[in-house]
Design a protein around this ligand. Structure first.
Ligand SMILES: Cc1cc2nc3c(=O)[nH]c(=O)nc-3n(C[C@H](O)[C@H](O)[C@H](O)COP(=O)(O)OP(=O)(O)OC[C@H]3O[C@@H](n4cnc5c(N)ncnc54)[C@H](O)[C@@H]3O)c2cc1C
Length: 444
């Protein structure tokens, strides 16, 4: 084990992106599967716990280290892309780097979430997803991975080799081992035509199914205190049809000035004077003018998020989404809460991954946000309760209050995952208080 990968470094302070998870830890930076195995062996021998970490963009304590933090920044980089688009990359590769290297070689990931700052292993571990009725989350594009287990084994896992481990590890919560390398199936690079503009929540709920399946990737943001939504409809096109990117001034105005700088001002004003929140919400809903543009897929899928927030997101059965949103709106209106952030609504296809939030069912995602360093109070609790009534499943990386006893009811294959975890990590060296809560303590 190299000096920088050892676990004897001085304690360092860590905090996640939103600043709601903090720890003082020993950080290690292994550069190979063997170095990872040595870190795990030392921790097992010393009775210490290890958490791998990516970009720290999870809101929950899923990545919060208790003793040793295994930073994946030296397990990074695109290693190869085969002629049929199978990309092999280090687990700590940030998605933005993966996207740009794929684009240079004529390939793209099929679907992406809102941002690209996450590492590929971190995004996979929590079931990170984008939107699109016919498209699954990132884990559905995973073809194989290299996993270092707490016993020190370096396993190549895919549909043929260790298939039961692979099935669980596709959305593995970082609980089964340390992923050191991933293989993702990319597809030929494509363009997206983005049509963005205003609508109403009343209209969206009346015709939810038709709206959300009207093209390939549809999402909307509802501004509480108003009936206004901002709709984003992205249609897949061949690159050969040509690109019509936004003029640079427009991209900067919309995405940096309005969506980030002005929105930061709106949030700050609302915090200082809560009575301003409803009129500011109406202002925000009107500020973004309609626009149509076409660009490489990863540039359209992804935006910058400079205003820090806390988030809760629930995956609900798709047919239940309009009723959940209608009830959320009714409770919000009845209580006159001051919620300055929009609610985001997306879709995903059902998949066959045990702990994917879309496991076994067509899914709609409903996400609530509040400014960082504020108390989500009854707003998040209300979403959790309403979504829970229809079997909602929380995003593993976004705030929620559920534990293993409830989650077992929400995931038919929950015990299958826990059995793999108990076999691979019988002493819980890879666990932390969040994983103890959501999976139950390891039982070797
Ligand atoms: C601004 C913002 C926007 C977001 N947008 C979306 C979105 O559009 N869609 C969505 O679904 N989510 C979204 N998220 C949530 C985010 O995608 C997830 O929380 C994701 O897990 C973060 O990736 P990360 O690299 O920061 O992982 P971290 O938060 O650092 O870690 C997450 C988990 O991965 C594990 N892990 C990391 N590396 C490894 C490894 N090598 N081996 C094993 N386990 C590992 C960690 O132990 C932890 O359990 C957003 C978050 C933020 C802050």
């Amino acid at each position: 084990m190299s000096g920088s990968s050892g676990s004897s470094g001085a304690p360092t302070r860590w905090r996640n992106w939103a600043g709601n998870q903090r720890a003082t830890v020993q950080a290690v930076h292994p550069a190979s599967a063997d170095e990872v195995a040595a870190v795990l062996a030392a921790a097992v021998a010393a009775g210490r716990r290890v958490r791998p970490i990516g970009s720290g963009h999870s809101f929950t304590g899923i990545g919060r280290p208790e003793h040793v933090q295994l930073v994946c920044d030296r397990l990074s980089g695109v290693e190869s892309v085969t002629g049929d688009g199978l990309v092999t990359a280090g687990a700590g590769t940030p998605l933005h780097r993966l996207n740009s290297e794929l684009a240079q070689r004529g390939w793209a990931l099929t679907n992406l979430g809102d941002i690209d700052r996450q590492t590929v292993a971190g995004a996979l571990a929590t079931g990170t997803h984008g939107t699109g009725a016919r498209f699954g989350g990132l884990a559905t594009q995973l073809a194989g991975l290299e996993l270092v287990t707490p016993a020190g084994d370096v396993l190549e896992c895919d549909a043929r080799r260790h298939p039961e481990i692979f099935a669980a590890a596709r959305v593995g919560l970082g609980a089964l081992g340390v992923v050191t390398r991933v293989r993702l199936q990319a597809e030929p690079a494509f363009a997206l035509r983005a049509v963005e503009g205003p609508g109403t929540l009343t209209g969206a709920l009346a015709d939810f199914e038709a709206l959300m399946t009207s093209t390939d990737h549809v999402e909307f943001y509802w501004f509480p205190h108003t009936d206004a939504i901002q709709l984003k409809c992205n249609t897949r096109l061949p690159l050969a049809d040509g690109l019509r990117p936004l003029p640079r001034w427009r991209a900067i105005w919309d995405d940096e000035v309005l969506a980030n700088a002005a929105f930061a001002g709106v949030v700050a004003a609302g915090r200082a004077v809560p009575a301003l929140v409803p009129p500011l919400a109406r202002f925000s809903a009107r500020a973004l003018a309609p626009r149509t543009w076409t660009d490489s897929s990863h540039r359209v899928f992804v935006s910058r998020r400079r205003v820090r927030f806390l988030e809760m997101e629930y995956a609900v059965p798709r047919p239940s989404a309009p009723a959940v949103l209608a009830e959320l709106r009714a409770v919000h209106e009845a209580n006159r809460w001051r919620v300055p952030f929009p609610v985001e609504v997306r879709l995903a296809a059902g998949d066959d991954i045990p702990l994917s939030t879309a496991s076994g069912r067509e899914t709609a995602y409903i996400a609530a946000h509040v400014p960082a360093h504020t108390d989500p109070g009854p707003w998040f609790a209300t979403l959790e309760k309403i979504a829970g009534e229809v079997g909602g499943r929380p995003h593993w990386g976004k705030l929620h209050g559920l534990d293993a006893s409830v989650l077992r009811e929400r995931y038919p294959r929950f015990d299958e995952f826990v059995a793999v975890r108990d076999r691979l990590d019988p002493t819980g060296v890879l666990s932390n208080s969040y994983l103890d809560r959501v999976l139950g303590p390891a039982r070797g």
